[in-house]
Design a protein around this ligand. Structure first.
Ligand code: MG
Length: 280
């Protein structure tokens, strides 16, 4: 074993698994928020303080810093799953501290209302044309989607965000057409949706072997679910603000989840496509 990092020559594309079976990809799953869309950038800055606030209300003697750590841990661990799971965990943490928690769905609505305050100008600005869609898509996103389309890949959007928002926001950044009716998002009946279900359905419907499936994601969940079926997982460890560098903390999480490659954005889509389709 060596600590030497392994990059595709002259790129920031880091290879973690050297022996993936390349050149067979036919179906591609994209996570939405933090992977393709930057509209909800900063959602953690809403969810984490909200969690801390409700834990403080229990009268616990833990410091704000300690509570921050608690909330940060479960929010991160569950990133990529539907939001409701983070709220279920919040309710449990409130209960553990002797508080009487609200229903997880109620926490979710409080969170969504607060988040909406942060992002509504983005969505509205995109719709009115005041803001440009290119500013809210991961750099290189359109080029990557076009290249995958040219390779005859079927593409899926799978998000832990509620379905109506995913439909609305994917159209606001003008990527909805790449996915057609294969846009999946969380449902109120949350047990009838998961990224795992979608990934398994794609495999079963098309009788695929693992290496025919490729996933791009910035969450633990989609990377883990993809690796569980033998697919190829590309972790998008974008810093989401500067959009140049890998976020080390995200990178480590995505590697733990089993990512085969790590990229900071899609700007290097061409060498990435060449590599994945074994065309170099
Ligand atoms: Mg995401």
């Amino acid at each position: 074993m060596t600590d030497q990092l392994n990059f595709l020559p002259n790129t920031n594309i880091e290879i973690l698994t050297a022996d993936i079976e390349r050149g067979k990809i036919r179906h591609v799953v994209f996570d939405f928020d933090g992977t393709l869309s930057l509209i909800r950038e900063g959602w953690q800055k809403i969810m984490i303080p909200m969690g801390v606030e409700f834990l403080q209300e229990t009268g616990t003697d833990e410091s704000e810093e300690q509570l921050n750590e608690v909330v940060n841990e479960f929010v991160t661990r569950l990133t990529g799953k539907q939001t409701i799971y983070q709220m279920i965990e919040l309710a449990e943490e409130v209960k553990k501290r002797g508080g009487s928690p609200k229903e997880p769905l109620e926490y979710k609505h409080i969170y969504l209302n607060r988040l909406w305050e942060r992002i509504k100008h983005r969505v509205e600005g995109l719709k009115s044309g005041e803001l440009k869609p290119e500013e809210f898509i991961m750099p290189g996103g359109y080029e990557l989607l076009n290249a995958l389309k040219e390779h005859d890949c079927t593409m899926y959007l799978a998000s832990g965000t509620d379905h109506p928002y995913v439909v609305d926001e994917s159209s606001a950044i003008r990527v909805a057409d790449y996915f057609g009716d294969q846009i999946y998002g969380a449902l109120d009946d949350y047990k009838n949706f998961s990224k795992k279900m979608i990934i398994q359905k794609i495999l079963a419907d098309h009788d695929l072997s693992g290496s025919e499936l490729l996933t791009f994601g910035d969450g633990f969940v989609e990377i883990e679910d993809t690796k569980a079926v033998g697919g190829i997982a590309v972790g998008v460890a974008s810093d989401e603000v500067g959009l140049q560098n890998v976020d080390d903390w995200k990178r480590n999480r995505l590697i733990q989840a089993g990512a085969d490659l790590i990229i900071p954005h899609f700007r290097e889509w061409r060498p990435l496509i060449n590599y994945l389709f074994a065309e170099e």
